[in-house]
Every structure is written in structure tokens, then in C-alpha cells.
Design a protein around this ligand. Sequence first.
Ligand code: PEP
Ligand code: MG
Length: 537
Amino acid sequence: MEKYTGKTVFNGIAIGRILYYAKEQEPIVRKRIEDTEVELLRYEQAKETAVKQLRELYEKALPEVGEVNAQIFEVHSMLLEDEDYNESVTNMIRSQKVNAEYAVTKAGEHFAEMFSNMDDAYFRGRAADMKDISERVTRILLGRENTGEMGTEPVIVAAEDLAPSETVKMDKSKLLGFVTRFGSINSHTAILARTMSIPALIGIEIKKEWDKKQAIIDGKEGIFYVDPDEATLLEYRKKKEKEEERKRLYQTLKGKETVTRSGKKVRLYANIGNVADLATVLLNDAEGIGLFRSEFLYLESKDYPTEEEQFQVYKRVAETMAGKKVIIRTLDIGADKQADYFGLEKEENPAMGFRAIRICLARPEIFKTQLRALFRASAYGTISIMYPMITSLEEVRQIRRLSMEARQELEAAGITVGQVEEGIMIETPAAALISDQLAKEVDFFSIGTNDLTQYTLAIDRQNPSLDEFYNAHHEAVLRMIHMVAQNAHAAGIWVGICGELGADMELTETFLEMGIDELSVSPGYILPIRKIILDAK
Ligand code: PEP
Ligand code: MG
């Protein structure tokens, strides 16, 4: 038995087999080869294996996700057989005498770039596929057998690092928990784990040979066991049973109004990243959705999601919540949330860079597509729109002009639009300090304590070595929250908290005293917080 300690992202116990998630970060090096025929043969064999893998994946996916979704593997097979692509690889091997993995990588990059510059959205979408297939062949060539693909059994994923775009693509029903070496507890990957209520630890030295071994995550104590002995397994199976029992007890709080003993009511909403999270939202009796991080929709896609695609998702969320409030945050991409097709430049300081509303205002066609989808969906439930990363009044006015345009265009086309509240996130010190002025322009505030803490304390939330300095209980942060609440109420609007601090149970009573009207937290925290509020004075 091996025992490791790490930092807790989400508590809870997971018991299961490890899936070592191999990230192909080691750069592919150009090597000169003498025997081109041998290299060509290596390429042909790797390609054959890739086609075989894709066939197997197609057959496995078909009953699980249906024909339309499984087709992606067929598309990949076809792209692998593409004549131009193959010629590009083999020519490079022959004429430049380079190793096959280098030629495949270069051809993949070249074709991806070519596709991403095409006008047709279908072809632009193929850019990421070209990269995918090249990576598959390269993996085979390098003998990196483990593809990180999830099988049918639920697993504990062990990875050096996980980007939000990778986490969001994982099949949640097969994910028992995850452990990573890198990543910070305030990163979006960590937030995703909390949203899915899965036990997760960071700061664990990951070993490739753990693959398929039995393991236990103790999220509460921050311990990870590999190959646990019988006694430890038994102990944790008992602990897990107790955990399940506690969850059942919390279930008795379902349907209860979230109100203190003296009658102060707080709305308890849930944070979600996609439609799949709705199941835990309903299970935990959220009174609404306080933050739908819509950018995950973009991260799951290989190209800009169309108005219709977005409309279907927002409509589904609105309908599922059956009239309860659903606050959808507009695209907050950039920093740690990257999608290739946006073509964003590498930045020195991405957290303070070209992100979120800055991108939306610079590229209004992307923004208006989303706004139109949101307004259309508003006819099917109670949708509110929330804008991220606000720093000035001018931004808010510009946003309101664009949103007005989107609404009017739809109405002129005879499309029904519902009543939509429009609010902003208060997550920069600038917005907090001018919240008295901003409050006059919008319908509500939602305080994003994750970024507010990062910018107030000048601490990169992505940097794990700064976790101990990331003190969201800092007096400066708490004073700002209080000030924002006072300014909101003075202007007659409501104020909530949707950052992770909203779920900090040590502060629940403080937030009640400040007059916070809504707390939006990961679904798994709703019932425990309801219990605290019911017991509060
Ligand atoms: C926040 O910054 O507190 C927030 C809720 O947004 P995100 O974590 O997605 O940046
Ligand atoms: Mg934020």
C-alpha cells in the first residue's frame, strides 16, 4: 500500500481503479533518419493501428451515445485515409529524411491551420479533428499506449494536470474522482470537480505505473492510497457508507424553505457548467441556477457553437428548471479557459489579459450570437443574463446597447422574448469600488469572489504555490463584499455571491448579516448550507 497527501479540492471518498491520463506534453523532436523505407513502414503500421482503434471506439460509442455522436470516429478514420494528408506525411519523410512522428505532427498542424482559415464552419470544425488524428498516430508511434480514454468502468483519473477543456469532455458517469500533480484549488478544473461533487485532490506526484491499480481518495483528509490493504479498504468502505447516510439525511431538507430562525430568507442557487450538471441540481433541490458558466459550451465544441445550438442548450436548462430563475453568464473565455478556434494570442499575464467581456465587446458577432440565443430561450422559462469581468460603466453601457439590439432584432422578426433581468458580476476591485454607480445600470449583482480575491490580493489563482496566500477571508475581500451589498441595496437591486466563497460555511452567518440575498454554490453544498441557515438566528 502506498499513501500520499495532497490538497483537497472536493471532499468525499472515492474507491476504484486508476486510469492514468497521459498528457502528451513532451515535445516531438525532429530527428534525421537514414532509412526512409523503414520510417514509411512505421507510419503505415501506426496508421493501421489508429484506424483499428477508431473502429473499436465507434462500435463502443454507438450504443452509448448514438449514431450521430459516434460518427466522429468514422470521420477521423476518413481523415486518416485522406490522400493529401498522407502525401504530405510521406513526402516529408522521403524528402526531408525526418522521423515519422515529426512528419505526422507537422502535417497535422499544417492541415489544422488550413482548415481553420476556411470560411465554411463545417471545415473550420475539422481543424481540431486533424490535430486529434495526428496526435493519435503520434501516440502510437511513440508507444504511449495509454490513450487516457475512459472504458466502461467508472475510474479515478490520475493526471499530471487537467485543463478545463479536458475535464469538461470527460464522461462524468465514469468519473469517480481525480488526483493531479499540478493545478490550484481555485482553478476552473477544481471548480468543475466541485460542481460535479466528485472527490478530488491536487499536489500528488503521479506515477504512470499506477494505471489500473486500486485506489482510494480521501477528499476530507487529503489522502490518496494506491493498492490499499484489506483493512484500509474495509475502513473506507465503512466511511463511504457513513457519507452516504449523511447525504440521505440532507435529503430530508429537500423542499424546505431556506430561512433563518428569525425569518431571514436566502435564495440558495446552484453553479453549473453544462446540461449534464442539472441532475445534481435537481437532486440537491437548488432553488435556481445562480451561475451557468456558458463558456464550457464553447470549450466542449470544436468551433463556435451556433445560435441554434446554444438556444437548444439554454432552452433545455430553462425548461428543466421549470420557471425557477436561471442566471446564464455570457462567455468568460480566456486565461485558463482556452479553445483553439478562438485563435487567442499567448499572453504574458492571461488572467489580466484579453478575456471574457473584453473579447465579447471586441468581437460583437460572437457576443450577439450568444445574446440572441439567450433571449430566444427566455421564452421557455426564467432566464437572467449576467456579464463577467466588468470594470467600468462604459462597458456596461456598451453591453446594454448590444443586448438591446439583439432583443429588438428578434422582436422585429416576430420572435417571442421573455422578461430578462440583466446583471453583472462584481469580480474586479474596480467594479466593487464603483458598485454604487454600476448598481444604477443593472438589475442585480453577483459577486465573483474567485477573481475578486485574485485581483484584490494580487494572487494568481492558477498558481498552486500561492494557494496558502490565497486568503478569501482577507479583511479587504470581506469589506468589498459588504460594500457591494450596501450599494446594491441602496439602489434597490439584489446581490448574490457565486464565487467559491459563497459555499464557505464558516462565513454563511457573516453573509446573512451583510444582507446577501442569494448564494450560488456547487450543487453538493446546497443542502449542507441550507442546514446552517435553518439553524441560524
Ligand atoms: C468568480 O470569479 O468568482 C467566478 C464565479 O467566476 P469564475 O470562477 O468562473 O472565474
Ligand atoms: Mg470569475
